[in-house]
Design a protein around this ligand. Structure first.
Ligand SMILES: Cc1ncc(C[n+]2csc(CCOP(=O)(O)OP(=O)(O)O)c2C)c(N)n1
Length: 513
């Protein structure tokens, strides 16, 4: 058995059954091993940012890593932005990066690069395999690192001769540390703080945003009057009718400061203290009041759901179903696009049990709060601010959950970073309804320019305008095998969206706004 085959067999033994890939010459023996060994599905992404974004979406929904197959330092570099988003989401991922044969490296052939250096920038674990005899064990160590709570990025660099040399040995899966339980004493101390009745806010992230986590948090809020907030961004959140509606801390600094004003006790549940996305002259970096006492109920690698349940019990909260206020029926909007009106339409027609993936910048931000009353769904958001995440993440999520509809909300500027994912959706027949908000502008940057105290001028106009030439999303999607329609009104959107959701397979709606 050669090294590549031992690696593929090891990955399979470690429960990795999916490989998003964009291979090259140095990966040919790995590809040949994929040919030979049944049980691992490989999916081609026609840009590495698609490959890594797919692996992120897959991991968020499957709760386990996919492998990626990337080509040398430059291929890895192309995938870094969505690896960065995945790292921020605590998505487990095992990257296999093919590289030059060990003996070829000193000759500095064109693709020679600092592959390890590039990998380290976004990986928690990096190793270069040194021999076909040990590459199986390296694969098991990579899978172990990726699955270590709360989910990590592991990158294994695979020189071509390590792949092709004989002497490979399949390794057994290694144990990985699951989510640890929090100590009852620290829960008691937080319960005491909450029992003072002083204004308290719980910031929820990770599994605290699962249905079980939100149910426990809802018990806490009703027992002591604490306010619940989701961290911003959220990697995955259970939402929709019957689930506790929890708003995010706003993106805009002033809004976040206003929301958190008066907080005396800030309880972090798998979350960091709320931090502004960017610094702005004269504005704070941390948005909670500086005199608020900060408590960590659970770190991201701890079991947030158990911690919330312990806290709810310590507060004597009854074990009930979530106590919810009456929700208004969603009202479809009419006429031209506004985010508020669109939110009504989306909430009204969102298919039950769907997965929403949001990378829609100024059109997406205002959709979160007004869509709580939609049918139950999971909401996945870009987590690391590296735009171009939506199409690939939706593609990977759809691959992980073949029986669920995925609705991808994508801004036009962001979408252009990784639109090749549409081709993968078409090829795999994935059930994704993509909605592109075509405002033909980097609209957010117009606001950011003013927010940092700079003045608009011809250069900023040139850099933020996408109207020359206009992107034609119906043609772009069509060219990649995805049927598409353009709409200009909310009524038009509702008709096309309902029809797209009623059928299977990928579809794209260009909403001209
Ligand atoms: C990888 C990456 N490159 C560049 C940026 C900087 N950036 C932030 S928002 C933005 C433009 C967003 O425009 P669009 O996606 O069309 O959304 P809109 O603001 O129009 O709603 C850019 C270029 C980024 N966040 N990530």
């Amino acid at each position: 058995m050669n090294g590549a085959e031992s690696l593929v067999r090891t990955l399979l033994a470690c429960g990795i059954e999916t490989c998003f890939a964009n291979p090259g010459t140095s990966e040919m023996h790995f590809v040949a091993a994929l040919d030979k060994i049944e049980g691992i599905r490989c999916i081609l992404g026609m840009a590495e940012t698609v490959v890594t974004g797919c692996a992120d979406g897959y991991a968020r929904m499957a709760g386990k890593p996919a492998a990626t197959l990337l080509h040398c330092g430059p291929g890895l570099a192309n995938g870094l932005a969505n690896m960065h988003n995945a790292r921020r989401a605590h998505s487990p991922m095992v990257n296999i990066v093919g590289d030059h044969a060990t003996f070829h490296r000193p000759f500095d052939a064109p693709l020679t690069a600092d592959t390890e250096g590039l990998a380290r920038a976004v990986s928690h674990w990096v190793r270069t395999s040194s021999s076909s005899a040990t590459v199986g064990a390296d694969g098991a160590a990579a899978a172990q690192a990726a699955r270590t709570a709360p989910g990590r990025i592991a990158t294994l660099i695979l020189p071509a001769d390590v792949s092709w040399n004989e002497g490979g040995a399949v390794a057994q899966p290694l144990p990985f540390s699951a989510y640890g339980k929090v100590a009852p004493e620290s829960v008691r101390a937080i319960a005491q703080a909450l029992q003072t009745g002083e204004p308290a806010v719980l910031i929820l992230s990770g599994r605290a945003l699962s249905e079980a986590g939100l149910t426990a948090a809802n018990r806490i809020a009703h027992a002591c009057g604490a306010t619940l907030r989701a961290s911003n961004p959220v990697a995955r959140m259970a939402r929709g009718r019957g689930r506790p509606p929890v708003n995010r801390v706003p993106y805009v600094v002033d809004g976040a400061v206003r929301m958190l004003a008066g907080t005396k006790h800030l309880i972090l549940v798998g979350a960091k203290p709320p931090t502004a996305f960017f610094a702005y002259p004269g504005k704070p970096s941390l948005t909670a009041p500086p005199d608020a006492a900060v408590y960590v109920l659970a770190e991201p690698h701890q079991d947030e759901v158990d911690a919330l349940e312990q806290l709810a019990d310590a507060l004597g909260a009854p074990r009930t179903a979530p106590i919810l206020e009456d929700e208004a029926e969603p009202q479809p909007g009419r006429g031209k696009f506004t985010p508020e009106a669109f939110a009504g339409t989306l909430a009204a027609y969102l298919p039950g049990n769907c997965i929403v993936v949001e990378d829609a910048v100024t059109s997406g931000r205002p959709l979160f709060a007004p869509t709580y009353n939609a049918a139950p769904h999971d909401w996945l958001q870009i987590t690391g601010g590296a735009i171009g995440h939506g199409f690939p993440c939706a593609t990977g999520a759809a691959f992980a959950c073949r029986d669920r509809k995925v609705v991808c909300l994508e801004a036009d500027g962001a979408g252009m970073f990784s639109l090749q994912a549409l081709w993968t959706q078409a090829r795999e027949g994935l059930d994704v309804v993509n909605v592109v908000f075509a405002n033909r502008s980097y609209r957010i940057l117009r606001g950011e320019l003013l927010a940092v105290g700079a003045k608009p001028g011809p250069a900023s106009n040139e850099l933020f305008d996408l109207s020359r030439p206009e992107l034609d999303w119906v043609k772009l999607a069509g060219g990649m095998g995805v049927e598409a329609k353009r709409v200009e009104t909310l009524e038009g959107f509702a008709d096309v969206f309902k029809a797209a959701c009623a059928r299977r397979g990928p579809f794209l709606i260009e909403f001209r706004i």
